[in-house]
Write a protein that binds this ligand. Structure first.
Ligand code: DND
Ligand code: ATP
Ligand code: GLN
Length: 661
């Protein structure tokens, strides 16, 4: 009986943070050693960080990565550890994962299937390694094999798939299996998306069943480089059974899971499979033999339990809360800013953003305790009371401001004050009407005419949104804080926001999420809230309001949905037109089938409006502050969704739509 204790780590890395990344790697190895782990899998490109972008093209970056690898070799005594780094070989860059055994580099697996869809751009920097091939190179002072290969350590056959390698047909595991692989390590950088963990679990469990192996899957954690959030999902499975699954969406910089794999039992399961046919001729090609002996691990029976929130019914609301708060926490600490500022209107979007900051603080306190949380955020301990509580921290970290103009209502004023008080934000009420009037009169004097709502509607709306920009930027500067923009994805699709007005800010935490979901989330937060945190009943007044820009005179009863269209329809059109890339006519066919309550001519008007606004406002999306990714499609032009800034605007297609063709 050959029992091995294997482990996978989730690491919260930062591009080019050589010391911080190496510290996390050392910490993961130390935790694994304490647990008597023999083989540890670390995430993809964990030395450099996955999101180095064009810095991967720097020769100095590749050299520094090699240097850090050399420095880490000595940490691995008594165990085998896979460590990810970019690899310069034959005048090209490859995405590699070094296997280091007992202080010695024994080889580097190279990624064969590069991730190039959605937010992944690996083919820009790396070349795919040719399947089934290996070569020799010098790295970290050692001569070693590189490419696709099997390592044989103490008789245990270890192979690699690097993230995307496992998500496609004709994968390295196909060849490795026929060569008798026992254990596959999968170092990943697999971005978070709603519900994706179930697919990932299925992938890992099914891989272990199909190939009759132990499958060890590591992942990145947190907001690595600004936009993309990794949930830190780690998994270990053997012969079609999940042995252990790690925590997700935590703020911990390092998490390690481990499990015992019975190598002989795996082999005998394969032997029992009538369809398993070892490739005798391939076996002739020797594995990379490593002279090292593993201790035998003790048998164990362990039940893997997920966190309580994972089992909650409102799983999307929980995931959203934890993903965005993790995104905010990492952004704050990695940007070394001192807090956040939100222009708080009493409406849904800004209330959601402010509430997310407050929940981030609660979850951070739960994860780290007061002292460590404050230390991680660079808060001067001497400036807060002995007792570090959530309200005190929110007061320090979040400043909100209601900014009235003559169109503002008493309801939104008091709603903003109530939310700010409930979460403990430092709240101000500023009247910016005089600022608007001052600009208005100066421009009227220059034009030599009065501006009127009947003729200058958008101009008179936008000056109010713009007048709200300078004061919150001032508060951000005063506090060394980040200004959070509150635009959501539905508004971004149609440019329903004032550029340099309500779009101003350094990050847009909710720009990846649609308005219909946000409103659902706010209702959930009002009455239920995240597991362990609970509800925020003060949201009742916000949730009772219809979404409105509150920029026109009150008698015009402006609402977003009368300006645009019903939000659920807008989101459905966006899904069909942008997500599925359907033409206006095709979109009509799909939404007419789903929204049977609306007459076709009305749907045509709304679809036309959508396409026109979508095309006209690409430039606005290009200027949005970076947003977080929470689903597998997004409107962010820097990652998921490229579209020309200037285009024909679907004029011909819309003409045909109007003509009923
Ligand atoms: N292709 C292009 N490239 C570069 N710039 C371009 C451009 N096309 C127009 N522009 C510029 O954009 C300007 C128009 O954009 P912008 O000034 O932002 O204004 P615009 O998009 O015309 O209007 C803003 C809309 O957002 C709504 N809004 C505003 C504020 C808050 C809320 C809310 O929901 O709370 C809603 C408001 O009701 C209105 O419908 C033009 O004057 C032009 O200078
Ligand atoms: N009176 C106000 N005081 C402070 N900020 C405001 C005010 N009115 C608008 N804003 C800012 O402009 C942003 C855009 O307004 P918008 O109406 O889209 O969002 P909201 O008011 O938060 O939500 P809703 O659309 O549901 O009313 C707000 O989120 C807020 O940051
Ligand atoms: N880094 C990668 O190869 C990521 C791609 C993979 N399909 C995932 O999303 O998990």
């Amino acid at each position: 009986m050959k029992l091995l204790r294997v482990a996978a780590a989730a690491l919260n890395q930062t591009p080019l943070d050589w010391d911080g990344n190496a510290d996390n790697i050392r910490r993961a190895i130390a935790i694994a050693r304490e647990r008597e782990v023999q083989i540890l899998c670390l995430p993809e490109l964990c030395i450099t960080g996955y999101g180095c972008e064009d810095a991967f093209f720097s020769h100095a970056v590749a050299m520094m990565a090699e240097q850090v690898l050399s420095e880490l070799l000595g940490e691995t005594h008594g165990m085998a550890v896979s460590i990810g780094l970019p690899l310069l070989y034959g005048g090209a860059l490859f995405n590699g994962s070094a296997l280091v055994v007992d202080g010695r580099l024994v080889g580097v697996a190279a990624k064969q299937r590069l991730a190039g869809d959605g937010l992944h751009y690996e083919p820009r920097w790396f070349k795919p390694w040719p399947a089934g091939q290996s070569a020799t190179m010098r790295l970290a002072g050692e001569e070693c094999r590189v490419g696709e290969m099997l390592f044989e350590v103490d008789g245990v056959r270890i192979g690699f798939e690097i993230c995307e390698d496992a998500w496609v047909a004709d994968r390295p595991a196909d060849h490795l299996m026929r060569r008798g692989v026992d254990l596959i390590l999968n170092p990943s950088a697999s971005h978070f998306a709603f519900g994706k963990h179930a697919t990932r679990r299925q992938l890992v469990v099914e891989s272990s069943r199909t190939f009759g192996v132990g499958y060890v899957y590591s992942n990145l954690a947190g907001n690595e480089a600004g936009r993309v959030i990794y949930d830190g999902h780690t998994l270990i499975a053997a012969s079609g059974e999940l042995l252990v699954s790690g925590p997700r969406l935590t703020m911990a910089p390092v998490s390690v899971i481990d499990a015992v794999v019975d190598v002989d039992a795996l082999r005998m399961r394969r032997a029992q499979s009538a369809s398993f046919q070892p490739a005798v001729e391939l076996n002739a090609e020797p594995a990379v033999a490593v002279d090292f002996s593993f201790n035998n691990a003790a048998p164990e029976v362990r039940v893997s339990r997920a966190a309580a929130w994972e089992a909650a019914e409102s799983s999307q609301e929980e995931e959203f809360t934890r993903a965005i708060t993790l995104g905010l926490f990492d952004y704050l600490r990695k940007s070394r800013a001192k807090g956040f500022v939100v222009s708080l209107s009493g409406g849904a979007d800004s209330a959601a953003v402010a509430a997310l900051v407050a929940i981030m603080v609660r979850l951070g306190l739960e994860e780290f305790g007061g002292e460590r949380f404050a230390m991680l955020l660079g808060i001067d301990r001497s400036q807060i009371s002995a007792e570090i509580d959530a309200a005190a921290l929110v007061g320090r970290l979040l400043t909100t401001a209601y900014q009235s103009t003559r169109q503002s209502s008493a309801i939104t004023l008091s709603a903003a004050a109530a939310i700010a008080k409930a979460i403990g934000a430092t709240h101000y009420e500023l009247d910016v009407d005089d600022v608007c009037q001052s600009y208005r009169s100066k421009v009227e004097a220059a034009l030599g005419r009065q501006l009127q709502w009947s003729t200058d509607d958008v101009t008179l709306q936008n000056i109010q949104a713009r007048a709200r920009g300078p004061s919150v930027w001032m508060l951000a500067n005063v506090n060394n804080a980040l200004l959070l923009a509150t635009s959501n994805r539905s508004e971004a699709a149609v440019g329903y926001a004032t550029m340099d007005g309500d779009t101003c800010g350094g990050i847009s935490p909710i720009a990846g999420i649609d308005k219909a979901f946000l409103r659902r989330w706010l209702r959930w937060l009002e009455v239920q809230g995240p597991v362990g945190i609970g509800p925020l009943p003060e949201l009742a007044v916000v949730n009772a309001l219809r979404p409105t820009a509150e920029l026109r005179p009150a008698e015009q009863s402006q609402t977003d949905e009368t300006d645009l269209m019903p939000y659920d329809l807008l989101d459905a059109i966006e899904h069909q037109a942008i997500g599925e890339k359907r033409s206006p006519g095709e979109v009509l066919a799909f939404v007419a089938a789903e929204f049977t309550q609306y007459a076709q001519p009305q749907l045509v008007i709304w679809i036309r409006r959508f396409f026109e606004l979508w095309c006209r406002n690409q430039w606005k999306r290009e200027r949005y502050a970076p947003s977080f990714h929470v689903d597998d499609k997004n409107l962010d032009p820097k990652t998921w969704c490229r579209f020309p800034i200037l285009s024909g605007g679907f004029r011909r297609e819309l003409r045909e739509l109007d003509a009923g063709r």
